[in-house]
Design a protein around this ligand. Structure first.
Ligand code: XLS
Ligand code: CA
Ligand code: CA
Length: 435
């Protein structure tokens, strides 16, 4: 069945064909750009080509060995991924070094394997026009990284991590990736009784600076990203959330080169909404890319589910549009089909569900903007800053004394109603008013 499906067509909202898009019409123009240009969907190599359904209590429910081993298997995965992306019309992919190439006994061997597979990836890219959205190095899986990579107490581990990042940046340059991600899976600590936090943070700042300098000196012109996550696997991660990362980047002078790769499920683990993290990135000037997924609010861990919640995808795309749209970033489906959705058809159906949820979110986000009621309300709510004392505050023309003098005789002062319920009903009107 899976192999019989050549391409997923757009059939419109009334279609009952599961192997069709109901909302994602890649050439439909909205706000001057096609849907494909707005959304820049990417496939995640680790979930799609590697994850086979294991959990803490049980083994694989899918076979992703492709009937072979080593480099041969790595190449079989390339064939599988490119075929899948072509079926779906996905233009980008994201990978860790160890997802695409087998790890060797030494760093040198691992890098050789990576070179062989990236040669093959490049061939496929040239045939199809598909390319990476971003590249990263896995610095959490190997047991040597048990205490972190750039924050490891071992300087030798730090050096090997640097070697992996160098090879990852080389791969990004070779494959034309416009992004390079740092997700600090084990950059944090479990207990302070054994940890020198000041040294670890400083080492991490230096590590990112070295990576930036190497990339810029060797022709990497894209964005470096930090992907915030508050916990899991480490109890306290240094990249807790966007605000924490912004502070870190400012401290180490990295704001011009690094942006955020924001994952929905990481936002909720940090006790934030996805929209909050996106807004915080934009207001700090570091909005970059998105790992599109969703968590389960009844579970306290990172479930990496395909995004299907239209409320969230709509508010996400609203934030993306307000941020000016993606430049180098895009929507990477850092998501996997559930353990019980264990066929290759499920992989296709999961991507279709995620892509359609974001396509509908994009349509609805534009409707919110065109409708104007929400933006107009917010503008009105802050109108007191457009004239008089408010304008003076914005323009820095006041002192604490002048404000005190102005405020001294004011009577019956109250801000206007926040109208939350009304605004939520406006959102509902727009979400459920057809397309
Ligand atoms: C894990 C992270 C990871 C990053 C890339 O929770 O989401 O997959 O996206 O290392
Ligand atoms: Ca992620
Ligand atoms: Ca995740």
């Amino acid at each position: 069945m899976y192999n019989d499906i050549q391409t997923i067509p757009f059939e419109g909202p009334k279609s009952k064909n599961p192997y069709s898009f109901r909302y994602y019409d890649r050439n439909r123009v909205i706000g001057g750009k096609t849907m494909a240009e707005h959304l820049r969907f990417a496939l995640s190599w680790w979930h799609t080509c590697c994850a086979a359904g294991t959990d803490m209590f049980g083994g694989e429910t899918m076979d992703k060995t492709f009937g072979c081993d080593g480099i041969e298997r790595a190449k079989a995965k390339v064939d599988f991924a490119f075929d899948l992306m072509q079926k779906l019309g996905i233009d980008y992919y994201c990978f860790h070094d160890v997802d695409v190439a087998p790890e060797g006994e030494t760093l040198e061997e691992s890098i050789k394997n990576l070179e062989i597979v990236t040669d093959y990836l490049l061939e496929k890219q040239n045939q199809t026009g598909i390319k990476p959205l971003w590249v990263t190095a896995n610095m959490f899986g190997n047991k040597m990284f048990m205490a972190g990579a750039a924050t490891s107490p071992s300087a030798d581990v730090y050096a090997i991590a640097a070697g992996k990042v160098k090879a990852g940046i080389d791969a990004a340059i070779k494959l034309g990736a416009p992004g390079y991600v740092f997700w600090g899976g084990r950059e944090g600590y479990d207990t302070l009784i054994n940890t020198d936090v000041a040294l670890e943070l400083d080492n991490l700042g230096k590590f990112l600076t070295l990576a930036r300098d190497y990339g810029r000196a060797n022709g990497f012109t894209g964005d470096f990203y930090i992907e915030p996550k508050p916990k899991e696997p480490t109890k306290h991660q240094y990249d807790f959330d966007v605000a924490t990362c912004a502070n870190f980047l400012r401290t180490y002078g990295l704001m011009d080169d690094f942006k955020m790769n924001i994952e929905a499920n990481h936002a909720t683990l940090a006790g934030h909404t996805f929209q909050h993290e996106l807004r915080m990135a934009t207001v700090n000037g570091i909005f970059g890319s998105i790992d599109a997924n969703q968590g389960d609010m009844l579970l306290g861990w990172d479930t990496d589910q395909f995004p299907t919640n239209i409320y969230d995808t709509t508010l996400c795309m609203y934030e993306v549009i307000k941020a000016g749209g993606f430049v180098n970033g895009g929507l990477n489906f850092d998501a996997k089909a559930r353990r019980q959705s264990n066929t290759f058809e499920d992989v296709l159906l999961s991507y279709i569900a995620g892509m359609d949820a974001f396509a509908l979110g994009l349509i609805k986000a534009y409707e919110i903007i065109e409708d104007g009621r929400i933006d107009e309300f917010v503008a009105k709510r802050y109108a007191s800053y457009n004239e008089g004392i408010g304008k003076d505050i914005r323009e820095g023309k006041v002192t604490l004394e002048s404000l005190a003098a102005y405020g001294a005789s004011l009577k019956d002062v109250m801000p206007m109603s926040g109208r939350q319920e009304y605004l939520e009903s406006v959102l509902n009107d727009i979400l459920f008013s057809g397309v």
